[in-house]
Design a protein around this ligand. Structure first.
Ligand SMILES: Cc1cc2nc3c(=O)[nH]c(=O)nc-3n(C[C@H](O)[C@H](O)[C@H](O)COP(=O)(O)O)c2cc1C
Length: 437
């Protein structure tokens, strides 16, 4: 029997215009209304997924590059995923819902109370994707702007503070005894007086404690500091790494070492590797897609240039495709790592066309050169990950019904037949499902 694994869906462009600009996705769904997300959440629950994670960036980015972000809707608008969560809870019974939150945006007391409320409303199905995006911080206050590592320090203080508030009621503080008429015992509440580096607040929290565990903490940061944060705090780590045995095992070992260093067990953290597969109905179809991707037409290159321009907040669409990129076009806000990912191993002298073409190029799952293939081929890959001890997979895409059905309709039965994907949910919410195996 294959190793059972956990499945998540990453709504990669957040709570925003679904499928904008892709003619095949032009179905006139209203992205500002809950229905399209509720339909997707029901589909994912039917499929047996543990959780859906909603990407977010609260900011439209640097003031002078906003047009690059909004013109084709790659970088905005985005509405607040925390406020979408209750609609998804209402449409489902078991699925975990994980909005992305940035500690710069919420004071700990407000956050602790809002998250507690959602954890109760949802039957313990809330998770929080904690990110430390430093570019958004300026919208919240001048003092909120920090460097990379300090943003992680703040996130740790924020989460510790929230957890102390969640635990500010002692286990027997809730009495609810009708015979004595006592609802709660105020002497069993910890007043909490937090005076830290970044926050100052008092408790106790005006919300009930959790009978079935706290909201699950999810983290995506892959730097040394990010892995340290995950080791100390997370229930789920979102991993981006080449899916070869050595790199999968090395990534998992780093997370496990970080957990042990923080006094936790390796099994306390589920590592989900992020993959965006293109599932085809035949090997021939997969071969055709891969062959066509080797020769992208101008329209495909322009679309990639637009997306990169939004993500890198740098206009690549006005550059000559047949010249190398002058690296001074990238402002100081663009990380070296992001530029390096664009340039790859082709080097700075290669023309822009070569970099964009490389991004267009797809590969076959069957020879491990990419992620285009049949459901059986993809299941082989996931099974192999399981053989290396992996906990799960994070499928990556939009929430459009067309995307979900193309990806899942053939895949789910194959994964189920092989025993990789759950058929039943555990009782008790997201934590119970994550720790059921
Ligand atoms: C799967 C995945 C999902 C992510 N989701 C978000 C997100 O929703 N919002 C965000 O600001 N950053 C997101 N990030 C970026 C990370 O939070 C982080 O900024 C980035 O990995 C750099 O952190 P690091 O230096 O610790 O790696 C995501 C990264 C990955 C790999």
């Amino acid at each position: 029997m294959s190793r059972q694994q956990h499945f998540g869906w990453f709504l990669a462009r957040g709570f925003g215009p679904q499928g904008w600009g892709y003619p095949s996705l032009d179905w006139d769904y209203d992205w500002t209304r809950p229905e399209i997300y509720q339909e997707a959440a029901r589909t994912l629950e039917q499929a047996g997924f543990d959780l859906v994670i909603i990407e977010d960036a609260p900011s439209l980015g640097s003031a002078d590059t906003i047009d690059l972000r909004v013109r084709h809707a790659f970088g905005g608008p985005k509405h607040d995923p925390l406020l979408l969560a209750p609609y998804l809870f209402q449409a489902t019974r078991h699925l975990g819902v994980v909005p992305t939150v940035n500690p710069a945006a919420y004071l700990p007391y407000t956050a602790a109370r809002q998250f507690a409320t959602l954890q109760h409303l949802s039957g313990h199905r809330l998770g929080l994707n904690v990110v430390t995006d430093t570019g958004s911080a300026r919208h919240f206050s001048d003092a909120a702007q920090l460097g990379h590592d300090e943003a992680y320090d703040r996130a740790e203080e924020w989460l510790d503070g929230i957890r102390s508030l969640w635990n500010s009621w002692e286990p027997d503080a809730l009495v609810a005894d009708r015979s004595t008429g006592v609802y709660a015992d105020g002497s069993r509440m910890n007043p909490i007086r937090h005076r830290g580096e970044y926050y100052a607040f008092d408790g106790p929290l005006n919300a009930l404690p959790f009978p079935n565990g706290e909201p699950a903490i999810v983290s995506p940061g892959g730097s040394g500091r990010g892995l340290g944060f995950a080791g100390a705090n997370s229930d789920v780590q979102l991993a981006l790494a080449p899916l070869h045995e050595a790199s999968v095992r090395a990534y998992r070992a780093k997370i496990h070492d970080a957990a042990v260093a923080a006094g936790r067990r390796p099994s306390d953290i589920k590592v989900l590797f992020a993959i965006q597969p293109v599932i085809t109905s035949s090997a021939e179809e997969a071969d055709r897609i891969v062959a066509a991707s080797a020769h992208p037409d101008e329209a495909a290159l322009v679309q990639i240039a637009r997306k990169q321009s939004s993500d890198l907040e740098t206009d690549l669409t006005s550059l000559d495709l047949d010249q190398p990129i002058d690296l001074s076009v990238f402002g100081p806000h663009v990380s070296r790592g992001s530029i390096q990912r664009l340039i790859g191993d082709r080097g700075e002298d290669a023309p822009l066309r070569a970099h964009l073409s490389a991004l267009a190029r797809a590969g076959r799952i069957s020879d491990r050169s990419g992620f285009v293939g049949t459901a059986e081929e993809f299941a082989d890959l996931v099974e192999e990950l399981g053989d290396w001890g992996n906990d799960g997979v994070l499928l990556w895409g939009d929430f459009h019904p067309v995307t979900l059905h193309r990806t899942l309709d053939e895949l789910v039965p194959v994964l189920r037949r092989r025993g990789i994907l759950r058929r039943e949910y555990a009782d008790g919410g997201l934590q119970a499902n994550l720790h059921a195996f």
